[in-house]
Design a protein around this ligand. Sequence first.
Ligand code: SF4
Length: 449
Amino acid sequence: MNAITLPKPPRVGLVSLGCPKNLVDSERIMTKLRSEGYDMSPDYAGADVVLVNTCGFLDSAKEESLEAIGEAIAENGRVVVTGCMGKEAEVIRARFPNVLAITGAHQYEEVVAAVHDAAPPVPSPFIDLVPEAGLKLTPRHYSYLKISEGCNHRCAFCIIPSLRGDLVSRRPDAVLREAEKLVAAGTRELLVISQDTSAYGVDIRNDIRQWHGREVRPHMTDLSRELGLLRTPKGETPWVRLHYVYPYPHVDQVIPLMAEGHVLPYLDIPFQHASPKVLRSMRRPANDAKVLERIRGWRSVCPEIAIRSSFVVGFPGETEEDFDYLINWLEEARLDRVGAFRFEPVEGASANALPDPVPEEVKEERYRRVMEVSARISAEKLAAKVGATLDVIIDAVDDEGGASGRSKADAPEIDGEVHLRDAGGLRPGDVVSVHVEEADDHDLYGVPA
Ligand code: SF4
C-alpha cells in the first residue's frame, strides 16, 4: 500500500485581549482559519504567524496591547495585529515597524487575508471539503465577483440601503485574490457585481494595496485593469464583465480598457428612466441630462461596446410627456439590451408616499411600448451582425451537435444567446469564433468559423 504524506498545515498562534466581544471576534477568525486547514499553535515557538487581537478601550488597555505585540515580535517575529487598536495603526507602526499587517475590529476578511499572506494555506484535495475557489452555484466557467456590499444612495423605490447599509468596499487585493483563484479553478468569465460598481472604493479611498508588485487603488479603473491582466491556466485572458455601473464621469476611464481588450466591451447601467423630472423624483444617482452625449463618446472610443439597461415605467407622477421623453431617448440611445419593469410599491420605500400613482392599465400599456421599441432596436442591431464573425463562450452543448453560448455583448441569464449548429466537440467554457448566419429579436444563430 502506498502511503500519502499530507502537507503540513501552517500554524497560527493567538493572543486575544479585551472584552468578550473581542473574544467572539477571535473565535470567528480562528473558526474561519481552522476551516481552511490552519492548525492552532499553543506557543510562540510553534507558530508560523501570531495574531494579536488588541483592545483599545482605555489607555491602560492600549499599553497592554502594545506590550503583547512587543512580546509576540520578540518571541516569534511574524505578527499580524487586529482589533480595536487597528484604528491607531501609526502608533503601532512607530513602535513596531516589523508588524506584518494591521487591521481593525470586525474586519474578518482583512485579518484572514493578512494571515494568508503571512502563512499561505496549503490546499489538499484529500482533506479539503471546500475547493480553493469556494463553493459555486454558477456553472464552472463563469463566476460572480462581488466587490462591495450596501449602497450610499437612497433611490425612492429601493430599500436595499435600509437592509444592507451604506457602501462597504472589499479590499482590492482581496477581490483580486478571489478572482485569481476562480480563474485558476476554471472560470473563463468574471461578472463583477455590487449595488453600485462605479462607486467601488469611495469608502476606502486611501487603502492602496500591493498586488503582484503593483499598487492597486480601490477604484473601478484599477480593479478592471488588474482583472484584465489575469490569465487562465492555458494562458487565456478571462472575460471580465461589469454590472451595475452608474454613468459617473470616471466611468469614461474604463472605456479605453474595453477598447484594448482588458475588459469586455459591455456596460450594464440601470438607467431606470430618462426624463430628468422622473429621475429627480426617483432620486437616482448620476442623472445628468448629458448621458446621451456620454454614450456617444464611449462609442467613439469603443465602437463595439454593448450597453444593457433596465427601466421602470409607471413611477408615481410619470406623465405622458415623461413617458414620451423616455421613448424618444430610447430611440436615440439605441441600447443593445433593455429590460423593463412596471413600478410596484415595496414596503418601506419612500416612493410609496409620492402623489399621482399611475393606473395599472396605463403602466401595462407603457410597459408594452417600451418592450416593443427595445425589441425592434435589438432586432436591428442583431441583424447588422449577420455575416460577422464573433467570439462566443459556450454555455451548453446538446447530443445532436448543437450548442448555445453568448457573445461578448451577452451576460448570462439576462441577455440573448448564440445558438450553434455543427458544434460537436465543444465544451462549456470554450471560447470559439462563430460565423453569424441569422438573427431574431434577441438571439443570434451561427456555426463555428
Ligand atoms: S436602486 Fe439606488 S439605492 Fe437601491 S441599491 Fe441601487 S443605487 Fe442603491
